[in-house]
Each structure stands twice: as structure tokens, then as C-alpha cells.
Design a protein around this ligand. Structure first.
Ligand code: PGA
Length: 233
């Protein structure tokens, strides 16, 4: 399988002008760009090679849900991939129950769902086995009641590695990817302080199918290097 690179812009940049500049520079094959919702319309017009992604979606189709965005609306903007359950959303109060509803609704559509899981440092410091147990529990809660996972991709993102400059050890991340694959048959991405220097270490691992990139996806020169590296595998 070709390796996939997903750019998670989070709440960046500040203007549509900057978003367009960034998207044009990073419009490459086998890439998904997930901008803030407000830039989807602009990016839909300009992206030629990259797929458009969203950073979240609500589980109801339509109705009185102030501030939420439905997958029907995302579909209208040409979105193909949706990130669900990012640890930054979980930190704001998103629960496994809510994530489960979103994934159930989304897996009935054609969207590729990128479900984020990962342990806090308090767990990882007890060892990789403790982290595997934590992630397995999270995964089972998020996917409760589901049997078919055709459009699912899991992103393993240890919370302590996100935005910290301290990436996981690729061999340990690969062991985690194997543990996830032993529970469900799904591609597994790694995320957490991925950059142009460390990307090869992760992609070299057969069980890691790509990367979810935050900070480095906002720097075109760095991001292009990551994508070029991914094309080697
Ligand atoms: P980071 O973020 O690459 O800045 O660590 C990754 C993510 O949160 O998806």
C-alpha cells in the first residue's frame, strides 16, 4: 500500500489568503489537507492533486445543532476524509460515546474516517504494554457496536508526542500499529512531532501506513520533503 500523508492544519492559518498560499504549495498526490472548516470552500476551488479533509464532523444529518457541521455539508464541499477524535478535541470534552456516534454515522457514508487514538504520558511511562492496553480500550469504546471498517484508518498519536518535538520511537510506534491491527484490520498512521528528519524512520516500518502531520504541515518546504520521502516507500 502507498503511504498516506495527512496535513492537520488545526486552527491555522488566520486568513483565507494564507490558506490558499499554503494549499497551493502543498497540493501533492497521496496527500490529504484538513484545514479549518472556514477555508474548505476556497481550497475546494484550488486543490488539484491533494484530497480535501475535515478536522471533525457531527453525527446528525441536519437540524438544530448550533455550531456543528454535518457530513452532508462536508460532502458538498468536496471533503473526502474526516478526522475524528483528535486528542485536542478529547481534551475539550469529546467522549468515546460521542466519537462512537460520529464514526457510526460516517462509516455508513463514503468518507474515509481517520480515528485518532493515543495514550497520555502518565500511561506511557509505565511502558509500551500499558500504552497498548490503553489504546485497545479506547479503540473498542470508539468502535463499539460496529463490524465493518472498510473506510476506517486509525491514527496512533501518543498525546505526549503531539506538538512537543518529542516523537515516538518508530519501532515502538510500529509495535503499537501491529497491536491495533491485531484488533481490527485497518491502515494505521503515526502522528506526533513528525518532521522531514524523522519521517523515514516511521515509513520504513511495514505496519505504519503513513503519517498525520500537524506543525510541519504549516511549513511548505518541510512538508514537501515529508511527502517526497513518503513517495519512496
Ligand atoms: P504535530 O501534530 O505534528 O504538530 O505534533 C500532530 C497532530 O496533532 O495531528
Amino acid at each position: 500500500m502507498k503511504k498516506l500523508i495527512v496535513a492537520n492544519w488545526k486552527m491555522n492559518p488566520l486568513s483565507e489568503k494564507e490558506a490558499i498560499r499554503l494549499a497551493k504549495a502543498c497540493d501533492l498526490p497521496r496527500v490529504t489537507i484538513a484545514p479549518p472548516f472556514v477555508f474548505l470552500a476556497a481550497l475546494k476551488k484550488i486543490l488539484k492533486k491533494a484530497r480535501l479533509g475535515a478536522q471533525d464532523a457531527f453525527f446528525e444529518k441536519q437540524g438544530p445543532y448550533t455550531g456543528e457541521i454535518s457530513f452532508g455539508e462536508l460532502n458538498d464541499f468536496g471533503v473526502k476524509d474526516v478526522i475524528i477524535g483528535h486528542s485536542e478535541r478529547r481534551a475539550l470534552g469529546e467522549t468515546d460515546v460521542l466519537i462512537n456516534k460520529k464514526i457510526k454515522a460516517l462509516l455508513e457514508t463514503h468518507f474515509r474516517v481517520i480515528l485518532c487514538v493515543g495514550e497520555p504520558f502518565s500511561v506511557r511511562k509505565k511502558g509500551l504494554n500499558a500504552a497498548k492496553k490503553f489504546v485497545a480500550k479506547q479503540l473498542l469504546a470508539d468502535l463499539r457496536g460496529m463490524k465493518k471498517f472498510d473506510n476506517l484508518t486509525v491514527a496512533y498519536e501518543p498525546i505526549w508526542a503531539i506538538g512537543s518535538g518529542k516523537n515516538d520511537d518508530p519501532k515502538e510506534a510500529a509495535q503499537m500499529a501491529d497491536a491495533i491491527k491485531s484488533l481490527i484490520k485497518t491502515p494505521v498512521l503515526y502522528g506526533g512531532s513528525v518532521n522531514a528528519k524523522n519521517i523515514r524512520g516511521f515509513l520504513r516500518e511495514r505496519s505504519i501506513d503513513g503519517a498525520l502531520v500537524g506543525g510541519a504541515s504549516l511549513k511548505p518546504a518541510e512538508f514537501i520533503k515529508i511527502v517526497k520521502a513518503a513517495a519512496e516507500y
